[in-house]
Design a protein around this ligand. Sequence first.
Ligand SMILES: [Zn+2]
Ligand SMILES: [Zn+2]
Length: 947
Amino acid sequence: MLLVRAIVRGQCPNCGGPISDDRLEKGLPCADCLPKPSPELLELADRGDRLRFLEELCNELSKAGRLKGYRRILEEEEALREFEQFFERALGNRPWSAQRTWARRVLGGKSFTILAPTGVGKSVFGIIMALYLALRGAKCYLVLPTSVLVKQASERAEAYAEKLGAEVRILAYLAKSGKAREELLERIKSGDYDVLITTSQFLARHFELLEGSHFDFIFVDDVDAVMKSSRNIDKILVLLGLPSEAVEEAYELVKLKLKVAAALSSRRGVPPEMREELERSRERLRKRLEGLRIGTLVISTATGRPRGLRVRLFRELLGFEIGSRAELLRNVVDAYSLVEEGSVEERVAEIVKALGRGGLIFLQPGVGEDYVKRLLALLEEKGIKAALVTSRSKEALEAFERGELDVLVGYAIYYGLLVRGVDLPHVIRYAVFAGVPHFRFTAEVSEAGPLRLLQLAQVLRSVVTGDEGSALDRLTAKLRRQLANLEAAAFQRLSEALVEGVKPEGYLGYLYELFEELRERLKDLLSRREVLEALEARTLASIRFVDGKPYLLLPDAPTYLQASGRTSRMYAGGISRGLAVVVTDDEKLLSALMKQVSWYVDEVSWTKYEELDLGEILKEIDEDRRKIRDLWEGRVKTGVRDLVKTALVVVESPTKARTIASFFGRPSRRRMGNINVYEVSVGDYILLIAASKGHLLDLVTDEGFYGVVTQDGRFIPVYSTIKRCRKCGEQFTELGEGGVCPYCGSENIVDQLDTINALREAAREVDLVLLATDPDTEGEKIAWDLYLLLSPYTGEIRRIEFHEITRRAFEEALRNPRAIDMRRVEAQLVRRIEDRWIGFSLSQKLWTEFGRRWLSAGRVQTPVLGWVIERFRKAKDSIKPVFRLRLENGLTLSFECEELEKPAREIAKELRDGVVVIEQLGVELSKIPPPPPFTTDAMLREAAASL
Ligand SMILES: [Zn+2]
Ligand SMILES: [Zn+2]
């Protein structure tokens, strides 16, 4: 065995006893469990075939009659291997990293959201997992957004099942009429299937047919469709085996938590009754969930952000939260074309002609039907097949996907179909904007919905001051808060009511009135000349007069980014290249847009369309589309390239974990043990991000010399997990008798062991662990601890380092992983022992001398204190008697004496009575140069000489 650097208590993966670092590092159990690992085992440990290694290890352990903790680790690994082989038999290739991670979770009975880029094989995973589980007696349900997809999925499932020779009853609900339909519904009702596949619409409309069924596995593709009605969430929960009382209970808890959150942010704080109520509610729910067999839910999300409170039920009942992908990760060439002669429409048609098929054309809302007709005619003239898409006519979309149309025309509205509802990264190549995306407000602001009103308020806020400004702040803050928790359907009703000017009943009526108040304020502001002038001078707004009426024009960067983002999507392998061209004759509005866009994205540079190297750009664009198609059609096999990898990133602080996660959109979040694990997708990685909450291990105090034992003449520190008492705040490594705080006897203790266990669980899901603790020696030591503690449970572990918390620094760090720097770790090990030996022993001395436990002395403090004492003594010793004599002419003389021959008083008297005679009088000039500044060398020399 190698050099032992440390012993860690309680961390043998097999028996839970003490174990040395060299064994942990190799993934081996302690010397008690396996005194002499065989040479074959050691060789397997180095080769990196985890399953073979675990099999051999368990074999050797069970021969010795000592197989304990490793049994579960092996079982998990075997289950995964079995699934992998099943997958490979069906598809001809092994699952990718991301698919393996999802499989580990499902096999471990965990529910979660899939947040992955296009082309990673989400639906394939869902289908194969359903078949795999069905063969083991499980009932599975796939919920898909459209009937086209239901058909596709059921055909695929049948084909896989046939290939595998698996007898699985697959039942898909596809629209049929008459008797066939009756039969189908009857089969669904009687549960005559193993795998059911339907649209989300079916779930919403025919729930009564499913009621009473219990599913072990539900896979929901396209969360947005399901979340349209919050009742669907309840339905899914019930189908997973949760009684509706439990769902209601959980909903009460969600509402209660909201109240607590509101109370927390208020000045009064949370009243104790409320805390107790929260505790009781949690307890009730826990009791209700006890012993229930709840199925596993996997939800695949698109970009849409689920609204409303019921979404939070997933967290309370299944332990995960839904996130959304970052929309601003883009790889788009931003270009513009200024029209000086001719019309914008003509220029648009010319550009589309040059760029070819696969384009989106965005029109400004408010352009009339004539405009659309003219544009379509111009395109047709040039032989371009185009059609208008609106939420009412979507046929064009499918024709476009099939390649029957060259371009789609739609409106540049943030929630517009073409802006948000199209996900065709393999087809869409570019976007052209006919006019700068913008908002236009009349001074009456009558046509604006809730979000517009808030946006306008935000702009106007920058030009109003004093009480007027703060009143506006209060009102908008209130409205934003309320809107954040509004269900999608309610939000829709409110928007309609505001546009139509009809006040709804109840709570919405209350919101309606608040918005009316906001509208009045904005109207008043816009009617004032000085406000309009300030707006033009100080903001990105421009004022335009049409028929003598003032209009306020504001650039709309969010819509521009969202719409142009359709041309550039994250896929397994990176972010595809896209191109966007803004065609306009309004230079002022264009430069306002450019400025506003730069507020949202770091790196954006605009190029004149006419100066682009089109050939090169289109080549890149088409290359990426080809890759995406290959991925989709399964033409890329594993091993061809390292596609999206899953990795766990461990940082020290929970806040840092959240900050890093939020660089990449709204992260999905899971609760694992006592920690939050965030999940984001960054193109080539799916990252799980979690925090160690600082140090995990510390020297023990009850063994060796202050936690250091000697072995073969070497000093070996003994470590244990850090515990902290919630009551008295003391930190320690050994519990008192009966597992209580050794200082105050409280049982309320947090142990970093829980964090370690949670991190192990997260590490087991991924292929790679990246230790991103702070870039200093303490951080290196924590990284080493993590490396040891996680090694037996996962594959590869690397260290990354970043010095500033920015997306760029983090991405740079991801690209440069390294090994743990053992020299830094060893330095820290020694430093800690010094601390303990010098500091701890001294502190104890202090405590016994002074009886005060808060006194402490450390490795650094102690020598400094010694130095201070020495200085103090020197100063004391250097005290000498000084006599000062003021002469009659005002001159003062001082005499310093080494020793006094007689009492000072007598000398003073003699001096007072004597006469001063001047013996010599003269003037002297002397030059005193200041000492040169210290160089580092000189300072060290000086320090060495005087300390
Ligand atoms: Zn052991
Ligand atoms: Zn305590």
